[in-house]
Design a protein around this ligand. Structure first.
Ligand code: SAH
Length: 220
C-alpha cells in the first residue's frame, strides 16, 4: 500500500510514510471489509459514513506538517484511522464525531491500538473544542459549505487548518494558514468527502425530509 498507493503517487514525507506503514488499517474497518483494508479505496463504516482512502489520509497528513509538540484537532473521527495516524506524529490529538456509535467504536479501536494521546468526543465539531483551544493544526475530514469561523478562531497564530469545501460529490481541498492574524488560503486539488453537518456546516438532512431527497438524487 505504502509503495504503490503512496510513494509512487507523490507522498514524500518519510515520517508520514513511516506511520502509514505502522498503523494497521484493517483494525479500523468492519470485519466484512478487513480483506480490502489495504486497497486504494474508501470503505463503508457505520451510520452511512466512510473511512477515507489511504492516499487522501497520507496527503492531508503530509500537508498538515504535524510536529511532535503539536496539539491537533480533527473533526469527523469516523473509524478513528486518521486520528491514529495523527497520534503517531503529534503531541496530542482531540477528535470530534457527531455520531455517538462511531465515536464510541473509534475510542475503543484507538485504545486497542495502544494510542493514549488522543481524546474522542461526541458532538458537533463545527463549533470546535473551546476548552482545549487554541490548536496548532486543525483537520476537518468532512466537506464544509464554507470556512467554519469558530474553528479558524481556535487555530493558533502560525497554525494550519485543512478542510474540503463544497457541495456535491466533489470538493476542493483548502489549506488555510494563520499568519499575523490573517488567514491565507491555498487550494490543493479535488477530493470527495461526506458532508460536514452541524451549526457551522450543512443542516442535518434527517431534520428536513425535502433536503434529504435532493441530497440523494444529487448522488445518483
Ligand atoms: N477521519 C475518518 C473519516 C471521516 S468520514 C476516518 O479516518 O475514518 C467523516 C466523518 O465526519 C463522519 O463520521 C461524519 O459522521 C463526521 N461528521 C460530519 N459532520 C460532523 C460534525 N459537525 N462534527 C463531527 N463529526 C462530523
Amino acid at each position: 500500500m505504502v509503495l504503490t498507493q503512496l510513494s509512487r503517487r507523490g507522498i514524500t514525507d518519510e515520517r508520514v510514510l513511516d506511520v502509514m506503514r505502522q498503523v494497521k488499517r484493517h483494525e479500523f474497518v468492519e470485519e466484512a471489509f478487513q480483506n480490502r483494508a489495504y486497497e486504494d479505496t474508501p470503505l463503508p463504516i457505520d451510520n452511512g459514513q466512510t473511512i477515507s482512502q489511504p492516499f487522501i489520509v497520507a496527503r492531508m497528513t503530509e500537508l498538515l506538517n504535524v510536529q511532535p509538540t503539536d496539539k491537533v484537532l480533527e473533526i469527523g473521527t469516523g473509524s478513528g484511522y486518521q486520528a491514529a495516524i495523527l497520534c503517531m506524529l503529534a503531541g496530542k490529538v482531540y477528535t470530534i464525531e457527531r455520531h455517538f456509535a462511531l465515536a464510541r467504536e473509534a475510542r475503543a479501536r484507538l485504545e486497542a491500538a495502544g494510542l493514549t494521546n488522543v481524546i474522542v468526543k461526541h458532538g458537533d465539531g463545527t463549533i470546535g473544542w473551546s476548552d482545549q483551544a487554541p490548536f496548532d493544526k486543525i483537520l476537518i475530514t468532512a466537506s464544509a459549505p464554507h470556512l467554519p469561523k469558530t474553528l479558524s478562531n481556535q487555530l493558533k497564530e502560525g497554525g494550519r487548518m485543512i478542510f474540503p469545501m463544497g457541495e456535491g460529490r466533489e470538493q476542493v481541498l483548502k489549506v488555510v494558514d494563520k499568519i499575523d492574524g490573517e488567514l491565507q488560503t491555498q487550494e490543493m486539488g479535488v477530493v470527495s468527502f461526506v458532508p460536514l453537518i452541524g451549526r457551522e456546516g450543512f443542516s442535518d438532512p434527517g431534520s428536513d425530509p425535502r433536503q434529504y431527497m435532493s441530497g440523494r438524487s444529487a448522488v445518483r
